[in-house]
Design a protein around this ligand. Structure first.
Ligand code: FEC
Length: 315
């Protein structure tokens, strides 16, 4: 039989509840405590979505479903582990479990489609530092750096966009624009040659081509609360501009995210919708991937392609 492969499915992580928000926020900020104002503002955003923290649960469901699908394709070969960046079970715990199970081959898969040194790159760094710290013997790891152009993922996004357009009234459908978004990052990544903006554009272009969209663009959402410039244009700005240009509706496809969490449930469903209402334009968003079986099949294809294409030296 082929060697066993441990897939470390990684995601952002979330607070365990309202009392854990401060700890979580400090972790996101690399240990620096937020100001009382920033902390209060974050607590307010979670409160506005009913103090829900669904990301861990959804990520668990995605990982379980991925393991089942991989088992169907190659019985007995794959085991899927969970590793979160900012909350338990942390990435280092996932690596320790893989080591404990004696699996010698690891694949890191971040549940975010586009690569940036500041996003996917930091997950990879955490795995590598856990591998260094834990001592021998270490599993041999390779990483899926991005999967923004996976054809099955593009097909699901395309049906999500078509379904969201179909929810609009006929006159809104005619005048609608589609905006593809991902999490903003500090703008300095552009001068560093980071592929993140080009990858978002490519996802948008592929979906637009599939659907024959003529009116579509990209925008950045959920920029951090730091003084430095972040990637733009910001989604709010784009929504106001579309309203000013006379568009009757906007469909937001948050293709940089794959689950319902704060950046969807607050930033889109509350904040962006409020901005759209003020500007006089209808806003709908595409359904998140969550554990939709079609999405899990796309992730399965991403993992299998990676394993087939990656030759690992056995030291
Ligand atoms: O539902 C939840 O509780 C978690 C939602 C959540 C996701 C997420 C994804 C990404 N982030 C990315 C980058 C940054 C950078 C900073 C930053 C800050 C925050 C804060 C919260 C937060 N992020 Fe996040 N992010 C989520 C939640 N993020 C809360 C802190 C308050 C705020 O600034 O809004 C700035 C750090 C700093 O201040 O030093 C940078 C990127 C992603 C998408 C890729 C991924 O999923 O890893 C990139 C989900």
């Amino acid at each position: 039989m082929s060697e066993r492969v441990a897939v470390l499915a990684m995601a952002y992580g979330t607070a365990a509840g309202p009392d854990d928000i401060e700890r979580y926020y400090m972790d996101i900020r690399g240990g620096r405590p937020p100001s009382p104002e920033l902390l209060a503002e974050l607590k307010d955003r979670y409160a506005a979505i009913g103090n829900r923290f669904p990301l861990l649960e959804i990520t668990r469901r995605q990982a379980t479903a991925l393991e089942k699908e991989l088992e169907l394709r190659e019985p007995g070969r794959f085991k899927v582990y969970l590793g979160m960046k900012h909350s338990p079970p942390f990435i280092a715990e996932g690596v320790a479990r893989i080591r404990g199970d004696g699996i010698r081959r690891g694949v890191g898969l971040v549940l975010a489609p586009h690569y940036s040194r500041m996003s996917v790159g930091t997950y990879i760094e955490r795995v590598q530092s856990a591998l260094r710290e834990d001592g021998e013997p270490s599993p041999m790891f390779t990483f899926v750096e991005s999967w923004y152009d996976n054809p099955e993922f593009i097909d699901i996004l395309s049906s999500r966009v078509a379904e969201a357009i179909a929810r609009l009234r006929p006159h809104e459908q005619e005048g609608c624009a589609v905006v593809f978004t991902a999490h903003s990052l500090p703008a300095r990544i552009v001068s560093e040659g980071d592929p993140y903006p080009a990858q978002l554009q490519e996802t948008a272009d592929l979906v637009a081509k599939n659907l024959g969209l003529t009116s579509y663009l990209t925008a950045w959402q959920s920029a951090g609360r730091t003084p430095e410039p972040w990637l733009g244009p910001d989604l709010g700005h784009v929504v106001r501009e579309l309203a000013r240009e006379g568009h009757s509706a906007v469909v937001v496809c948050a293709c940089g995210f794959v689950a319902d969490h704060l950046e969807i449930l607050y930033d889109l469903d509350i904040e962006a919708r409020r901005e759209a209402a003020t500007a006089g334009i209808t806003l709908v968003r595409t359904e998140s991937m969550n554990d939709d079986p079609a999405f899990i099949r796309a992730l399965t294809a991403v993992v299998l392609n990676h394993v087939r294409q990656t030759v690992v030296s056995s030291e």
